[in-house]
Structures are given as structure tokens and as C-alpha cells.
Design a binder for this molecule. Sequence first.
Ligand SMILES: C[S@@+](CC[C@H](N)C(=O)[O-])C[C@H]1O[C@@H](n2cnc3c(N)ncnc32)[C@H](O)[C@@H]1O
Length: 254
Amino acid sequence: MGSMQLQLHPKLLPPSSTFRPKSIRSSNDRQALFSRIAPVYDNLNDLLSLGQHRIWKRMAVSWTGAKMGDRVLDVCCGSGDLAFLLSEKVGSDGKVIGLDFSKQQLLIASSRQHSKNHFRNIEWIEGDALNLPFDDGWFDAITMGYGLRNVIDKHKAMQEIKRVLKAGSTVSILDFNKSNDSLTSSMTEWMIDNVVVPVASGYGLSEEYRYLKSSIREFLTGKELEKLALEVGFSTARHYEISGGLMGCLVAKR
Ligand SMILES: C[S@@+](CC[C@H](N)C(=O)[O-])C[C@H]1O[C@@H](n2cnc3c(N)ncnc32)[C@H](O)[C@@H]1O
């Protein structure tokens, strides 16, 4: 199913035989990584999650409590899945901002926007999650999907999200779950080594998807995420495990 899209963007893909990333530690490395995978990101998400990421994203959006007429933000929006779901929730009287630091991801998001009329309430902004270009207390709800794990400074990202949220409003942060249970984490790592990386290598992106394993290892557990949210000043924080602990969603209220 991914071959059609791959053929449309051959020049955007690095030659797998010569491409060897040294490290994916800095913000610039990560920005470059997400720009490289942008052309195939949606296809791979569908393939690797067997379409389930759509359900997880719906859950994350519904946990924000976003409603008609709200002004909402999707941080690290990538190709826009969560922003599109938010767009349906807030309707034509509402406003959605999708923010990402990868221009390539935003170009794909914006190309998908034209598929439905009501997506006209979305604006795409190139920006940094660690320095959000919005006033304090600007948004009624915020989502972040698979973004917090990838930012260099998670504390700062949470502070920024809290700053731009209205008092009493909610952020919903969906990501892989760093499980305390050794069986669940071994299964996740086995899946990455034996399914994700081999599939990604078919797209010339094995090194990029190998980074997933280290990023989950270095991520925070549900309890640590709740602690981080309370430390930066959210009034409540609850982490929900999804799909048998494979994914997790932190729901925090300012
Ligand atoms: C794994 S993708 C997730 C995309 C989308 N939210 C989804 O759920 O499909 C992570 C995104 O975070 C973006 N990102 C990572 N660090 C960022 C930062 N500091 N500021 C803005 N975007 C960032 C990347 O460019 C990438 O598009």
C-alpha cells in the first residue's frame, strides 16, 4: 500500500546504502529526521499500527474536552491528524492551530487540509514547542501526539503548554507508554526490532525508526509524566494506558 506514495517522492528519500545518521540527540537532528520521514510518515503509521493510531488519536482529542467554538492548539502536529480531529470538534466558529518545526511535515498537513471544507478553520504555524509563539492563557484545549518524547527539554515543553492554556483547560498528550512492566516493554522493543525497523527499511528509513527504541527507553513512565505535569503547575494530572499498555495518554488540567 505504501509503494504508490513512495514512487511520488523518490527524490525526498535518502539513499539507504549511503545514509548513516551519527546521532539524533540535538533539536536540529530531530528536525531533520522528521523532515526526512515526512513523505511516508502517514503510510507507515497506518501500516505499523494496523490503523489503530486513528482510534488512539480520537481518544486523545476527546480527553481534551474541546467543544464547538473553542480555540485549540495541536503541538508537534506533524502531518496534522490530531489537528484535523480537533477541527471537527470546534467547528467553523472555532479555530485550530497546528504547530511543528518541520516545514516538510507542515506542507503535507496543509496539502491534506483541502480534502474537506470544514478544515478551513485550521492554520499551520512553523514554530518551536519549547518557545510557543502565543500569549498566556490563549487556548481552550491542547493536544500533543508523539511529540513530548521527541522534544529535547520535556520540562520546558510542559511549562510552555501550561502557559498558553486557559485556567481550567486541559492538555492531552498521547505517546508510546514507557511501561514499568518488563514483559510489555520487551514486547514493544521486540516489535520495533522485528516489525517496525524491517518495514521502515523498505522505505530506506531503518536508522530513523531505530531511534524510536532509544527514545522510548529515555522517555518518562506514566507516573513520571504525572509528576512532571504537577511540578510545572498543572492542578491535576492522570496518565491512561491504552491498548494493553502499548500507548499512553497524559491528561492534565491547568
Ligand atoms: C512523531 S511526529 C508526530 C506527529 C503527529 N502529532 C502525529 O501524532 O502523527 C513528531 C513531530 O514532532 C515535531 N517536533 C519535534 N520536536 C519539536 C519541537 N521542538 N517543536 C516543534 N515540533 C517538534 C516533529 O517535527 C514531528 O513532526
